[in-house]
Design a protein around this ligand. Structure first.
Ligand SMILES: Nc1ncnc2c1ncn2[C@@H]1O[C@H](COP(=O)(O)OP(=O)(O)OP(=O)(O)O)[C@@H](O)[C@H]1O
Ligand SMILES: [Mg+2]
Length: 423
């Protein structure tokens, strides 16, 4: 059974020199790290910030590798749990023995804390900075939230640049060569363009296409991007959609959400009756949505993805402007459905946690990394390539619930192959 490692892990920079671009960040970081190793830290912590997938975590891991340090990693989503913070604090405060390896403490994605509205996590980190005997690295995409000010003040701030299309293409090409993969140049350019400098998503796209089809062509790139998995955020999207004042707002609500369009269609379908009570409005909204569904069916059959724009037109403006007069509505978010959803997302978070726990030891990486880097990639595979997904599920011994969670609308297909292969 193949147990393929996600390429973002396989091709993670092993040496500092492998981190492309980011020269000034590298220089500052090394200087700071060496000041620690000499026993005279410039500052106790460094805060690496910049856009997603540009090399922040990679640089920390590459440097740890070169300097033979162990990385003790913690994701911001764990900061709320007191015992986790205490565990890290204990590790950090204990002076290393003569023979043990030195450490870097990595607190990943600290901007995740600001949303949690609790001051406790910030205090816990500040306490950590006081007691630590090891360098502490924090990362963030956006460190400028007011709540993070105490952390900014206590840290050396190191900025990372968005990677250029050229940088992204360079890395993709290297991977293609290493994998002996046939890649069209313009396909790589298209992946790079769509990634907007996020190398993680670019590499994941490359792998998803390569493993699904054995080659990477511009046509496949275009198809995949329609499917790209995005985080779940239905409320904002629905609110924007049903309260859109202009056509462009309604369209943006369905195209720029964090939800893939098939899930979005289910959500819109479910919520039309809660937003509209006038029978005429209801009929018009459902009519628009059913036309979106018809286009969707044609796309599935014919593979003409250029029709997708009509799907969005119908599902977005078509549904939003079914109403007769504009009235801002948001009472929906207090409905019992919402409670049900919260309960579901709680279970969903638990499943995600379970997958991370199952995969981390096998991929020789941390749970935080699995959640951030591997799971989104698996979602792409599971919603695109049921056969391959089933093999992965077997190889990693995933449970049925995990498979369903990863595969979403494709769950039954993946499970069918899974059962077949199991025999
Ligand atoms: N500058 C870079 N040089 C080489 N590879 C990179 C670079 N940036 C990102 N990568 C690749 O992309 C993947 C994700 O990068 P990384 O985890 O470092 O992103 P990040 O900046 O920490 O992003 P986030 O803010 O989302 O955590 C890595 O596994 C690596 O393979
Ligand atoms: Mg990171």
């Amino acid at each position: 059974m193949p147990r393929k490692i996600p390429w973002i892990i396989k091709y993670r920079p092993k040496k500092i020199a492998d981190v492309v671009n980011q020269d000034s960040a590298k220089k500052q970081f090394i200087q700071w790290l060496e000041s620690w190793l000499k026993g005279k830290p410039l500052k106790k912590a460094a805060l690496l910030y910049g856009p997603a997938g540009c090399g922040k975590t990679s640089l920390v891991e590459a440097a740890a590798n070169e300097y033979k340090l162990e990385v003790v990693e913690m994701n911001a989503s764990d900061f709320r749990r007191k015992q986790d913070i205490e565990r890290i604090a204990k590790v950090a405060a204990t002076m290393r023995s003569l023979f043990a390896r030195g450490k870097i403490i990595l607190l990943d994605e600290v901007d995740g804390i600001s949303g949690m509205a609790d001051r406790g996590a910030i205090d816990a980190i500040l306490h950590l900075l006081e007691v630590t005997k090891y360098p502490i690295v924090m990362t963030a995409n956006d460190p400028w939230d007011q709540k993070l000010k105490p952390l900014r003040d206590a840290s050396l701030m190191i900025a990372f640049k968005r990677l250029s299309e050229r940088d992204v293409i360079l890395v993709l090409k290297r991977i293609c060569q290493a994998e002996r993969l046939e890649c069209e140049d313009n396909a790589l350019r298209e992946i790079a363009r769509r990634s907007e400098g996020d190398l993680r998503s670019a590499i994941n796209d490359l792998q998803a296409i390569a493993e699904g089809y054995g080659k990477v062509t511009i046509t496949l790139v275009r198809e995949l991007s329609a499917y790209r998995y995005r985080e779940y955020a239905p409320f904002e999207a629905l609110q924007k959609l049903f309260n859109a004042k202009y056509i462009w707002q309604a369209k943006a609500a369905v195209t720029q959400t964090n939800i893939d369009y098939e899930t979005m269609m289910i959500w819109v379908n479910e919520h039309i009756p809660t937003y509209y009570d006038d029978p005429e409005e209801l009929a018009r909204a459902f009519d628009a949505l059913s036309r979106a569904d018809v286009y969707m069916g044609r796309i599935r059959k014919s593979g003409s993805w250029d029709l997708l724009s009509y799907v969005f037109d119908m599902m977005g403006p078509g549904v939003a402007f079914a109403r007769r007069i504009y009235k801002y509505k948001w009472k929906i978010f207090r409905s019992p459905k919402r409670l049900q959803l919260l309960a579901q997302t709680k279970r969903s978070r638990e499943v995600r946690e379970g997958i991370a726990r199952a995969l981390a030891p096998r991929l020789l990486t941390s749970k935080a990394t699995v959640k951030r880097d591997v799971i989104p990639f698996l979602k792409i595979i599971f919603t695109n390539n049921p056969k391959y997904a089933a093999k992965i599920a077997l190889g990693y011994e995933l449970t049925e619930e995990m498979i369903k969670w990863l595969a979403g609308p494709k769950a039954s297909q993946v499970l069918a192959y899974y059962k077949k292969y199991k025999k």
